[in-house]
Design a protein around this ligand. Structure first.
Ligand code: DGL
Length: 257
């Protein structure tokens, strides 16, 4: 049985990378909803419907867990999927809690970057009000970023200019941590670090999600039994998009100098 990973597009591969590192004795299915990417600008109802449709398809394969490797899908659909299906559904959560803990003593602020839909949902608003006792968390929607990523555009000049423009209203010296609250963004961690003041740490939620996945599989006694195989699928059954997933996977796993 495989572990299924789901995202609107190529973003969830950043979470799959962490899973493949931590769980080498598993097989994986990666399913991208290429028919409906990007999710960020759509309504809650639309995205919840897309995720439900995708989950139906994914769960027709023999899977032992479903990872929603997408913050936006998790915000609008995780609770309903957990009620509807017997397999464990593991979601993403922007790493706001660790970021607040990291900055508590330094007095620096936290900036959370995510899709507009994620940031507008009660799941995110409640998370921040639960962990942000001292009001140090700010949020910034980055609507164009997923599009750059889906075009596999990693041009440092173009993206560098985009980041500078978005960060212009912020005094970055006040910030200690940037939270990547969308799974498409970690493709750009290095590029971001190149434009940010050196004291800012960039973190994402992949490790936390894979820790939860591991714990749940361990508890149900279903860890192991695979050999690291990955099967790519997409909602349009488009072989060209599966090739793009393979290309993105290679880019993500290129050794960095
Ligand atoms: N990768 C997704 C996320 O983590 C969705 C991005 C999108 O489709 O807008 O939020």
């Amino acid at each position: 049985m495989s572990i299924a990973f789901f995202d609107s597009g190529i973003g969830g591969l950043t979470v799959l990378r962490e899973a493949v590192r931590r769980l080498p004795n598993e097989d994986f299915i990666f399913f991208a909803d290429t028919l409906h990417v990007p999710y960020g600008p759509k309504t809650k109802e639309q995205v919840a419907g897309y995720v439900r449709e995708a989950a139906e398809r994914i769960l027709r394969c023999d899977v032992k867990a479903l990872v929603l490797a997408c913050n936006t899908a998790t915000s609008v659909a995780a609770a309903e999927l957990r009620r509807s299906y017997p397999v464990p559904v593991i979601g993403m959560e922007p790493a706001v809690k660790p970021a607040v803990e990291m900055n508590g003593a330094s007095g620096r602020r936290v900036l959370v970057l995510a899709t507009e839909l994620t940031l507008s949902q009660s799941k995110y608003i409640e998370l921040v009000s639960r962990v942000d006792d001292h009001g140090i968390v700010d949020s910034l929607p980055m609507p164009e970023w997923v599009e750059y990523c889906e075009r596999l555009n990693f041009d440092p000049d173009e993206l560098g200019a985009y980041f500078r423009r978005k960060f212009e209203p912020f005094d970055l010296d006040e910030y200690g941590t940037l939270v990547l609250g969308c799974t498409h963004y970690p493709y750009y961690t290095q590029l971001l670090e190149d434009v940010l003041p050196p004291h800012i740490r960039v973190i994402d939620g992949s490790a936390g999600t894979v820790r939860r996945l591991t714990r749940i599989l361990d508890e149900q006694g279903s860890l192991g039994g695979g050999s690291g195989k990955i099967r790519f699928m997409n909602s349009a059954d488009d072989p060209a998009y599966n090739d793009k997933l393979r290309r993105a996977w290679r880019i993500l796993n290129e050794p960095r100098g």
